[in-house]
Design a protein around this ligand. Sequence first.
Ligand SMILES: NC(=O)C1=CN([C@@H]2O[C@H](COP(=O)(O)OP(=O)(O)OC[C@H]3O[C@@H](n4cnc5c(N)ncnc54)[C@H](O)[C@@H]3O)[C@@H](O)[C@H]2O)C=CC1
Ligand SMILES: CC(C)CC(=O)C(=O)O
Ligand SMILES: [Mg+2]
Length: 351
Amino acid sequence: MKLNIALLAGDGIGPEVIEQAVKVSDAVAKKFNHEINWRPALTGAAAIDAVGEPYPDETHEICASSDAVLFGAIGHPRFDNDPSAKVRPEQGLLKMRKKLGLFANVRPTFTFPSLLDKSPLKRERIEGTDLVFLRELTGGIYFGEKGRREEGEIAYDNCVYTRAEVQRLAKKGFELAMTRSKKLCCVDKANVLETSRLWRETVQAMEKDYPEVEVSYEFVDAVAMRLVQWPNSYDVLITENLFGDILTDEASVISGSMGLMPSASLGSKIGLFEPIHGSYPQATGLNIANPMATVLSAAMMFENFGLHTEGKAIREAVNKALNEGIVTEDLADGGKSYGTSEVGDWLANNI
Ligand SMILES: NC(=O)C1=CN([C@@H]2O[C@H](COP(=O)(O)OP(=O)(O)OC[C@H]3O[C@@H](n4cnc5c(N)ncnc54)[C@H](O)[C@@H]3O)[C@@H](O)[C@H]2O)C=CC1
Ligand SMILES: CC(C)CC(=O)C(=O)O
Ligand SMILES: [Mg+2]
């Protein structure tokens, strides 16, 4: 297969982890006779510095005309620490998701046998966890009208959802549940929020189309607790943008590190594959960031093309590295650790 992949490294550790994902993907392409044409493009603070905006038109054209996008991370402390900044790297990510129509963010959480005793959570609670969040990605409070009034003394961010937005996300959730253990949990705050009541009402109305799926409705605050208490009780969870963002960072504790958490952002056209973590500025240039989340995002990319053997080859290499202790410092527990690039080389050599 010949693949054109837009490559958006971004900021902070983005370029370092992307470099490893490229190495591993190229090794996969070589082994399975594919050709990958990487198409680098600017985004985030790097794009603001170069051309004044975080998701330039040229970058969008490269993304929109590629078969998929592989994305690192964006964000820089100079914007995080300046609340008055009008142009921000994160706007680039939001704009890209919106313009590419990427409304469903698939965020799997699973455990790795060799890491079970490294989690702060007890082995017997997390063993066998295999759940997936479907986070709505182009609506809700991240995209509602926002602003200030009363001379800046009052700030607001509106949370808005349409029934159609909920339906298309929930449909993917029901379909995913049908391919797994047929359990779907709708995470909301319907005891308080009107948008959540729309979510609940919409999902309830869809239940009849999927009679085999057992649907539960849980409030987000309770899910935040049960997720780390009984992660095994969940399979597919659907939720809105903000709740999904927060709960999936929490879920990284089950797997063992933010550096292990991949994702796929899907819509009707091309897919974007991105780790769930940010630009981890403290680690920039130190060759210590875990590249596995980005490498596993590349595995999701291959699988989304129907190339399951290729995806499996990456997953097996990651598992093997974890079993053999070829890990960055976040997983080394104070013991021997390897650099970002060494882990990338090892994975590429073990495809
Ligand atoms: N998708 C994206 O591009 C995202 C960007 N951001 C941006 O990233 C910047 C930093 O945000 P933070 O809240 O610190 O989130 P972060 O995800 O960058 O880092 C939080 C913590 O997670 C751990 N971590 C993250 N990635 C890791 C990796 N690859 N290997 C090992 N450990 C890792 C580190 O302990 C780090 O301190 C901000 O500017 C933020 O806006 C935040 C989240 C997502
Ligand atoms: C920086 C945010 C817009 C993104 C984020 O935290 C995420 O998608 O997980
Ligand atoms: Mg996040």
